[in-house]
Design a protein around this ligand. Structure first.
Ligand code: PMV
Length: 324
């Protein structure tokens, strides 16, 4: 009745931006990501027959309101799978600074999906676990897997064909993702709201849809070939294309700060000077930089010298969800 799971965050190289179904988190396009060893969520779930309501604690703080409601709605899906009405106690913690603006929903819902099902005595196949995690947060579908993961868009209305799978194991390629933490800025627009606004209002969104599947095919080939230049070039282009759709939404969505721009320009300069590295940015100001393992220390020192950068977390490819 009790289980603990650990899952890692992931960073998309071809981005997910837009839902074709809100409640099920079904995407308008497929995406491909790298799971990171540095950023993990550990979650323990215990199902307690005597409990009147679900309880949740995050980093030892009691959860309430919309945060607890989100967990409870997710647990409803596990209750339906298991065919019982028991309530659960959920304890979760991140080993990275949550307030720093790093998305933790991917590692969070991947760990919760695993811990909740395992504690209920279920043993879903990885694909089923990915489908379940997706319903908490789309990007969580990819954190079930280590290394490089491809999340299929799927075609079915019930979402049963919209799951992720591993396309390259973490130990197969010595790359690094350097995650920069910027000094705290204004609160960003949540990804769900940002996606919906972009799909509804951006005149660039049709261009995104028209090109993203070809990007995905090219990225999948580049990852299989372990061609860092091709992966980096495609990742930067996918990131900028996604941000172009956000910027042209009504009202516009601008996640960048001054230091975000400075980092993008610094990465471009470093590359021109012969240091191979490429940036990507999600629904927030932090910049993540991809490079070869052997160059990671040099690139990290360069990024750390940019004004406004508080910290650089170097991450190697991480493993998929694990039972502790
Ligand atoms: O599933 P969410 O709500 O974590 O949305 C993720 C959106 C991006 O991080 C911007 C892109 C992605 O594919 O992870």
């Amino acid at each position: 009745m009790k289980a603990t799971a650990r899952a890692h965050a992931n960073i998309a190289l071809v981005k997910y931006w837009g839902k074709r179904d809100g409640p099920l988190n079904l995407p308008t396009n497929g995406s491909l990501s790298l799971t990171l060893d540095g950023l993990a969520t550990t979650t323990t779930v215990s199902w307690e027959p005597g409990l009147a309501a679900d309880e949740g604690r995050f980093d030892l703080c009691e959860l309430a309101g919309p945060e607890l409601a989100k967990i409870s709605r997710f647990l409803d899906r596990v209750r339906a799978m298991r065919g019982w009405e028991h309530r659960a106690r959920v304890e979760t913690a991140n080993d990275f600074p949550t307030a720093a603006g790093l998305a933790s929903s991917a590692s969070g819902f991947a760990a919760l999906a695993a811990a909740a099902t395992w504690a209920a005595g279920l043993d879903p196949a990885p694909r089923e676990l990915s489908t379940l995690a997706r319903q908490g947060s789309g990007s969580a579908s990819r954190s079930i897997f280590g290394g490089f993961a491809l999340w299929h868009r799927g075609e079915l209305a019930d979402g049963s064909d919209s799951y992720a799978e591993q396309v390259l194991a973490p130990e197969a390629w010595d790359v690094r993702m350097l995650v920069t933490i910027l000094e705290a800025g204004p609160k960003a627009v949540a990804s769900r709201e940002g996606m919906n606004r972009t799909v509804a209002t951006s005149p660039m969104y049709p261009a995104w849809l028209a090109t993203v599947e070809a990007d995905l095919v090219a990225m999948r080939e580049a990852v299989a070939a372990r061609d860092l230049e091709a992966v980096g070039t495609l990742a930067e282009a996918s990131c900028l294309k996604m941000h172009a759709t956000m910027l042209t939404s009504q009202p516009p969505i601008l996640y960048w700060q001054g230091a975000t721009m400075a980092l993008m320009q610094h990465v471009t300069r470093l590359r021109a000077a012969g240091l191979a590295c490429w940036f990507t940015i999600d629904a927030g100001p932090n910049v993540k930089v991809l490079c070869a393992g052997q160059d990671a220390a040099r690139v990290a020192a360069e990024l750390g010298s940019v004004p406004g950068v508080q910290r650089v977390i170097p991450c190697a490819p991480g493993s998929g969800v694990q039972r502790l």
